[in-house]
Design a protein around this ligand. Structure first.
Ligand code: NAD
Length: 465
């Protein structure tokens, strides 16, 4: 925002060679090194809390309490979980040995991949930048973070702080926009994790393909909240409002639109208005708890969505302050841009349905969402929706809260992304799970060796059926 510091862009990609030398030194394989990195990150978050909160305030006018809860606190939770489980995740994993391979012992040895590139977005710079790093460092990799240039204060803070608290030969931060990232993507990495929109996701995947580098793509999409008639309307509205309007709706997993049963549509709209007033007061522009749109381009995109729409609530905006009020839209036409594109802002279309099948068809006719929210006391309804709709992750009777559970993987499906991270899933994403079969010398069954005979064939079939 106004007092955002300018960012110095990196032109020199030799940092990749430095990190590769760090990896080749072998020290990242040591569990003590990995633990030290996680502890360093934890110390950074605690000692530099104010610097980080100030940066988030400067970029997005996030309230410090919101920033702590959704950024610093959630990374600390991820670190705690990894610290507690690291030894177990990194240990050889014993698996069953098939009869044909007996006598022997089968194990999976997790091994680090090498140098991981993490290209992150601007909306949750700490969470998107650091949570994947926890998994990558726990797995024994070197990591290069490329924060988004659209959050310059946070990007600069991470660039200054990470090398101070973590091993600078193995952890680096590279600053830049599309051009610099394009240059970086010419380098070979061992894994690339990208968080952002699908258009750039394709650019990243194409660049990775040149080196046959595996990618994890954390993309977006239109995540619906489906509210059935038998639900606690007041709490449903409060939880939708919390998940929709924090960070002014700039959340990849915020409820993009609401599909509500027609019998409770008016009650839900009234309850949402009550919650907006309770959380942000009569004038959200004056509320310290309400954020701002990241830049004028996104502001113009969002206010453009209002053209021709019926506004049920909110709609006020101020370009000088990049402010757009929490806004409810009445049943936009499905062909309108606001229903075609991911909103990624504080506008919430409210559409109604009469038959749950109709609601399900509405969602499944579109790209698979990153998140699905179901509100109902009726498990027949929620089970039917869970069975019929594919989505990156689901929360029943709340929004966003799966982010507070490091034991759950986080990721998209189809157009909303590929692969996942968090907890053990992050550890595994950034590991090669190396299968090792150790055969014993005893009992060398001759069945598999030539010369092949009809008897050997019969016995093999008997054993293999
Ligand atoms: P963004 O503009 O910050 O871009 C993301 C990253 O891509 C940045 O680091 C940027 O520098 C880089 N980039 C931009 N253009 C590039 C190019 N031409 N070549 C190489 N790199 C380039 O973020 P955004 O795309 O505006 O983010 C919003 C989107 O991200 C939404 O769709 C949202 O749903 C999605 N998102 C997903 C997640 C998730 O975890 N799944 C999290 C946050 C945001």
């Amino acid at each position: 925002m106004t007092d955002a510091p300018t960012l110095t862009y990196d032109r020199d990609t030799s940092i990749v060679a430095r990190l590769r030398a760090g990896f080749d030194s072998g020290r990242t394989r040591d569990l003590a090194w990995r633990q030290a990195q996680l502890d360093g990150m934890r110390r950074m978050l605690i000692e530099q809390e104010q610097t980080l909160l100030d940066a988030l305030r400067s970029d997005l006018r996030k309230h410090p309490v919101e920033s702590w809860m959704t950024e610093i606190g959630s990374v600390l939770g991820e670190i705690r979980h990894a610290r507690k489980n690291l030894r177990r995740w990194a240990a050889p994993r014993r698996v069953h040995t098939a009869l044909m391979a007996m006598p022997g012992r089968s194990r999976i040895l997790p091994e680090p991949l090498g140098v991981v590139l993490n290209i992150s977005a601007w909306n949750y710079p700490l969470q998107e930048g650091l949570v994947p790093m926890v998994g990558a460092l726990a797995a024994g990799n070197c990591v290069l973070l490329k924060p988004s240039e659209l959050g310059p204060a946070s990007a600069r803070a991470l660039g200054e702080l990470l090398p101070r608290y973590l091993d600078p030969d193995c952890v680096g931060v590279y600053q830049g926009g599309p051009d610099e990232t394009g240059a970086l993507l010419k380098e070979r990495f061992d894994h690339i994790l990208y968080t952002g929109g699908g258009h750039v996701g394709r650019i990243v995947a194409r660049a990775a393909a040149e080196h046959l580098t595996p990618v994890t793509l954390e993309l977006g999409g239109k995540s619906p909240a489906i509210v059935h008639r038998n639900t606690n309307i007041a709490l449903t509205a409060r939880r939708i409002a919390w998940g929709k309007w924090q960070n002014a709706g700039q959340i990849c997993i915020s409820p993009d639109y609401v599909l509500v049963h027609e019998a409770v549509r008016d009650d839900l709209v009234a309850a949402l208005k009550t919650e907006i007033a309770a959380m942000y007061g009569p004038d959200p522009q004056a509320s310290e708890s309400y954020g701002r749109i990241v830049n004028a381009r996104h502001f113009d995109r969002l206010t453009g969505y209002l053209d021709g729409q019926t506004i049920l609530h909110g709609g006020q905006h101020d370009r000088d302050e990049l402010f757009i009020a929490p806004t409810l839209l009445d049943a936009p036409d499905p062909t309108a841009p606001v229903m075609q594109e991911e909103i990624f802002g504080p506008l919430l279309p409210v559409l109604s349905y009469s038959d749950p099948q109709e609601a399900m068809r509405f969602v499944t006719a579109r790209d698979k969402p990153l998140a699905l929210y179901l509100f109902s006391n009726d498990t027949t309804f929620t089970d039917a929706m869970l069975g019929g709709i594919s989505a990156g992750q689901v929360c029943v009777n709340d929004t966003l809260m799966f982010m507070a559970c490091p034991a759950l993987p986080f990721g998209g499906v189809g157009a909303s992304g590929t692969g996942n991270y968090s907890g053990k899933f992050g550890f595994d994403t950034f590991s090669h799970l190396k299968p090792v079969l150790r055969r014993f010398w005893a009992f060398d069954i001759s069945l598999r060796y030539a010369p092949y005979t009809a008897r050997k064939g019969r016995l093999l079939r008997m054993a293999g059926r």
